[in-house]
Design a protein around this ligand. Structure first.
Ligand code: ATP
Ligand code: MG
Length: 305
């Protein structure tokens, strides 16, 4: 299943009203408690989902899904086509409102995450269908990842002032930094749409990373790229965690990449989470093998990069 997301929808991430509640102001519909999975963790999870259910017409896309992602983790979400992976990311980023359940971003619980304030909550994402501005330069695409700063009412009021110029300079420096980090310097002035697909994916990653998100959501960042681009991109994802300190939720079909890159893996099948553990635990899980991997344990082990 493919969810079409246009550039206009990326911009619409800035448009919806906020609906979150801090724990201090939580009411009956958002109970004051930590999600169950987090209870045994010393550190507050960066992201916790509690009993998320989502249906489209008669189709259950997500069935009571729990997930806790610890700070600094690279957490893969895998599963067959239509398992609910993108739906899960769309719930976390507020594009879908779940029928039931809560999304916790650090200390804040949401019945629906406010897309307009995603960046302010330290969340950035990439899309299953590439969402970059093909006519804009690489540099301007990356700068778009900081557009929320420029659009704030305060900044609009001070446009042209020394402070606004300083913030603009800071944004440009941040864009240059991430362009250097992802080795995009040689193509920084090129229209993004003219680049090979793998580089376009890297531009999208740069746009997501430029705001230095606490939580980075990646929906199939390696889909459709060549093997060498895939290995390169996967190294960039690891570096994003190591150098930028981002906690990462990664949807990916390539089991080899997932096994090599992830600290933990959650497996969805038909909207339900059927396994959640380290790569070793997941590859040994008979339910996962039966439902998804469909090959013998030994074969999966050999796939790890
Ligand atoms: N906007 C939507 N409208 C209707 N049904 C939807 C919508 N989004 C998802 N679904 C349905 O929800 C289920 C889960 O879809 P989802 O896109 O989350 O799966 P996925 O695991 O990301 O699949 P893929 O690997 O193909 O990307 C599917 O049955 C899909 O048809
Ligand atoms: Mg998907």
């Amino acid at each position: 299943m493919t969810v079409m997301v246009t550039n206009a929808e990326v911009l619409a991430l800035e448009a919806a009203p906020a609906q979150g509640k801090t724990r201090a102001t939580a009411t009956a519909d958002v109970p004051e408690r930590r999600p169950a999975q987090a209870a045994d963790r010393a550190a507050q999870p960066v992201l916790a989902l509690s009993q998320i259910a989502l249906t489209f017409g008669g189709v259950a896309a997500l069935r009571d899904v729990d997930l806790a992602v610890a700070p600094g983790e690279i957490r893969a979400v895998i599963g067959p086509n239509g398992a609910g992976k993108s739906s899960l990311l769309n719930v976390i980023s507020g594009l879908y409102r779940p029928d039931r359940g809560e999304v916790w971003l650090g200390e804040r619980a949401f019945a629906q995450v406010p897309t307009a304030r995603l960046a302010a909550h330290g969340v950035a994402r990439t899309f299953q269908n590439l969402a970059i501005f093909k006519g804009l330069s690489v540099f301007d695409n990356v700068l778009m990842g900081l557009a929320h700063r420029v659009r704030s009412g305060f900044l609009r009021q001070i446009i042209g002032s020394p402070l606004a110029r300083r913030i603009d300079a800071e944004n440009r420096a941040a864009a240059e930094d991430v362009i250097g980090f992802l080795h995009l310097g040689e193509v920084r002035e090129r229209a993004a749409g003219t680049l090979p697909y793998g580089l376009q994916k890297r531009v999208e990653l740069a746009r997501a990373l430029v705001a230095r998100p606490t939580l980075l959501l990646l929906d199939e960042p390696f889909a459709g790229v060549t093997l060498s681009e895939k290995l390169e991109l996967s190294e960039h994802v690891r570096n994003a965690r190591d150098s930028y300190g981002a906690t990462i939720v990664l949807i990916e079909h390539d089991i080899g990449v997932v096994m090599g890159l992830s600290d933990r893996i959650a497996v969805l099948d038909n909207g339900s989470k059927i396994a959640d553990g380290t790569p070793d635990e997941v590859r040994a899980d008979q339910a996962v093998i039966d439902a998804y991997l469909g090959v013998a344990h030994q074969d999966i082990t050999e796939l790890a990069v």
